[in-house]
Design a protein around this ligand. Structure first.
Ligand SMILES: [Zn+2]
Ligand SMILES: [Zn+2]
Length: 399
């Protein structure tokens, strides 16, 4: 690896730990936003702030800019509402907030890439560096994610990109490995709420009531039967009913209302459409059977993340150059977790990939699951991620 990449990665480790100490959640990431802007100023890289509030888009041009080629690289900058475990010296200074998904690492690697490329500019074309807020979603009912907001604000209209790329640290993959796949790599994430309005009454006189609890019980089972009997088992969908609330606390009162909530994950847009349509039909059926009123609300939160074969092949080839072919899996099995970069891939072709960070040691924070209090980003992968982005730019926008 080039000495300069290692030097910058050393500095980037300090940035990462500084960012880690100052976590902020959706659309409040002012510390990170100011930090990024200061760095870009120091390197004379032009940028535009206030995308989705705290987001930044920086523009780097090569020593030549005649090819007309452009790519985008996205890093997320937000943290989570988690009380961090005090198992690292750079623990969060804000109680209840934590960089529990490693976005501090993603931001630092993209900054390191920016610094290196601003010094070398060994490419022909333009690369847009997208520092995006709220990957984890906002606190409103729709969990509005930063990627959708930046797109709505005209990200790809203002900045034309031939392809977009993003990576996520992956504690389940060994350090020194990179994995990705063509097609879906992460699932969509939606939620639904079903309110069943019946008529309450005395537990001993059910015929004078319209019992929402029996209707709710049937709704739960009907949803699970729908998944197991109507959907292709290889199509991959998960519907989990995660809240079921009814009752007054009294054992002898039939309540008048039940509320169900659930989480829906799938890898394919067609299946997602089908689920939304069929849930509505199933719940309308429940309404007829039990003579209750139903109110169904379906919220689309995150699209599936669907990679394009051409950009997967490019990323795999760059990763192999850095890590060797035995350390690159270009056909990994997808995960049913979600990622708002799916929205960007809906608009522009590209690739999202996983950067391994597991060291195999039991007591290391970086080997814990994302979104847990003990987790930490592994700083040892900063040079790998940084070199990957640099080589990807130099290859995509070859002189
Ligand atoms: Zn996360
Ligand atoms: Zn994340």
């Amino acid at each position: 690896m080039k000495q300069r990449i290692l030097e910058i990665s050393q500095e980037a480790t300090e940035w990462r730990r500084t960012l880690h100490r100052h976590p902020q959640t959706a659309y409040e990431e002012l510390f990170a936003s100011d930090f990024i802007a200061q760095k870009l100023d120091a390197w004379n890289i032009p940028y535009e702030r206030k995308w989705a509030g705290t987001g930044i888009v920086a523009t780097l041009t090569g020593e030549k800019n005649e090819s007309g080629r452009t790519i985008g690289i996205r890093a997320d900058i937000d943290a989570l509402d988690i009380k961090e475990s005090p198992n690292k010296p750079w623990i969060s200074e804000t109680e209840g907030k934590m960089h529990g998904c490693g976005h501090d690492g993603h931001t630092s690697m993209l900054l390191a890439t920016a610094q290196y490329l601003s010094e070398t500019r060994n490419f022909d074309g333009t690369v847009y560096l997208i520092f995006q807020p709220a990957e984890e979603g906002g606190n409103d009912i729709d969990h509005r994610v930063g990627a959708e907001r930046m797109i709505d604000e005209g990200l790809f209209k203002k900045y034309k990109m031939d392809a977009v790329f993003a990576l996520h640290n992956w504690p389940w993959l060994p350090k020194g490995q990179i994995a990705m796949c063509p097609g879906p790599i992460m699932a969509s994430s939606d939620r639904f709420t079903l309110t069943i309005q019946g008529v309450g009454g005395h537990a001993a006189m059910p015929h004078k009531t319209k019992d929402p609890i029996v209707a709710a019980a049937n709704a739960v089972l009907s949803v699970q039967n729908f998944v197991s009997r109507e959907l292709d088992p290889l199509g991959t969908a998960v519907i989990s009913i995660t809240n079921l609330n009814a009752g007054t606390g009294a054992f002898n009162v039939i309540p008048d209302k039940a509320i169900l909530e659930g989480s829906i994950r799938t890898l394919y847009p067609e299946i997602r459409d089908r689920i939304e349509k069929r849930l509505e039909e199933i719940f309308n059926g429940i309404s007829h059977i039990y003579n209750v009123e139903v109110n169904f609300k379906y919220n689309r939160i995150v699209d599936p993340t669907i990679n394009n074969a051409e950009q997967v092949a490019l990323c795999a080839s760059v990763a192999e150059e850095i890590l060797g072919s035995s350390n690159v899996d270009s056909n990994v099995a997808p995960a049913m977790a979600s990622e708002d970069f799916g929205a960007m891939l809906r608009e522009v072709p590209g690739c999202y990939l996983w950067l391994g960070q597991n060291t195999g040691e039991d007591d290391k924070p970086c080997n814990n699951s994302l979104h847990t209090p003990h987790y930490d980003f592994n700083d040892d992968v900063i040079p790998i991620g940084t070199e990957f982005w640099i080589k990807l730019v130099e290859r995509s926008l070859k002189l």
